[in-house]
Design a protein around this ligand. Structure first.
Ligand SMILES: Cc1ncc(COP(=O)(O)O)c(C=O)c1O
Length: 362
């Protein structure tokens, strides 16, 4: 199996150009949180440091209950039970491992959004299945077994509403296809009222067959270093995946499971973090537009921007301002760049000032 080079490793050239800027590098190329883990969650981790036994793969009873209650309270998905949910070690391992854990292989197709987080493609390749970029169910090949949707999208920020999700679910149901919906930016809506879950009864009509929602606390709770995430949905699929994960030894550490449970019970820190990103977005977005970029961003942590030129040309031009961004080529689009909101207030202000100033032209 041949895997592509890790995309961010290819940014070294642009990074050294940006780092040579006299006022230093502003790195907006990755979505790694920069704000402190809330004290409440650091305390929760410390409370659980006596962890002499092996963790549970499924999730402790405490964390399973917290996930069930969170879906009902925050995501409008009542009626889940322990059998519907499963803790994961961050969500990237699940995204990369799900095709294999579902038993997919040669001859199967895994559909993912046309412009997408690259790990959906990697997960298909690791299972020796065929990755197929397609947004329209009419374009799914006959051998499709798993479909990824990602709303709000990394990188475009686009949100799928109830009707769009219903269309995916209806198309999948007739064919026994599993739909996995990656929803980790759902609580960062900017230009939409909501980013509904695939498990929302308005989408499912109460039937969860074949449906999974994937969620992570990395971004909403500044917990990326803890590796705290979960998946929920069709109990048949969840329990099948759990059985494989037990053999693989994929289990979140017990202290992390406790911190995850505490995080899910507290909406205040999520709202506080959302307001930080709202303020950063409000500075950066007009600065990009002022410099001639078209910018899309309905929701989530990224601005999806283009000045109409080739993505790598845009990356280089911004690097000459000392601003590092990710080319759309990482996601299957060669005319956009992805600009992350995950930088300190000072760094975002500095980026906005450079975009407004003369500098090396974009
Ligand atoms: C769309 C999407 N899914 C999944 C992940 C993985 O997040 P984590 O492994 O931190 O839970 C990311 C991280 O950037 C992402 O953007």
């Amino acid at each position: 199996m041949r895997l592509p080079e890790f995309p961010w490793d290819t940014l070294a050239g642009a990074k050294s150009i940006a780092a040579a800027h006299p006022r230093g590098l502003v790195d907006l190329s990755v979505g790694s949180p920069v704000d402190p883990t809330p004290e409440l969650l650091q305390r929760a981790l410390r409370e659980a440091t006596d962890a002499h036994g092996y963790p549970t793969n499924w999730g402790t009873p405490e964390v399973r209950r917290a996930i069930v209650e969170w879906f009902a309270r925050v995501r409008g998905v009542p009626g889940l039970a322990d059998e519907h949910v499963l803790v994961t070690v961050g969500s990237k391992e699940l995204v990369a491992g799900l095709p294999l854990q579902l038993g997919l292989g040669e001859g199967d197709a895994v559909v993912h959004p046309a412009v997408a987080y690259p790990t959906y493609d990697i997960g298909a390749r690791i299972a020796r299945a065929r990755p197929v970029p397609a947004d329209d169910p009419d374009d799914w090949p006959a051998e499709t077994r798993l479909v990824w949707v990602n709303s709000p999208s990394n990188p475009t920020g686009a949100v799928l509403g109830v009707d769009a999700l219903r269309r995916v679910v209806r198309a999948a149901r007739g064919r026994g296809v599993v739909v996995a919906s990656d929803e980790c930016y759902a609580l960062l809506p900017w230009e939409v009222d909501e980013a509904p879950s695939i498990l929302d009864p308005r989408v499912t009509d109460g039937d969860l067959t074949g449906l999974l929602a994937v969620y992570s606390l990395s971004k909403q709770s500044n917990l990326a270093g803890y590796r705290a995430a979960f998946v929920a949905g069709d109990p048949g699929v969840v329990q099948r995946v759990l059985a494989v994960r037990k053999h693989l030894g994929l289990m979140a550490p017990t202290p992390v499971q406790h911190a995850l449970a505490v995080a899910l019970g507290d909406d205040a820190h999520v709202a506080e973090q959302r307001e930080r990103y709202r303020a950063r977005r409000a500075r950066l977005l007009p600065a990009l537009r002022g410099r001639g970029f078209d910018v899309e961003s309905e929701a989530g942590l990224y601005l999806w921007a283009t000045d109409g030129s080739d993505a790598l040309t845009q990356v280089d031009a911004l690097a000459r301002l000392g601003i590092l961004v990710a080319p759309g080529t990482f996601y299957g689009d060669d005319r956009h760049v992805r600009v992350a909101l995950t930088a300190s207030d000072d760094a975002i202000a500095e980026a906005a000032a450079r975009l407004a100033g003369p500098g090396a032209g974009a």
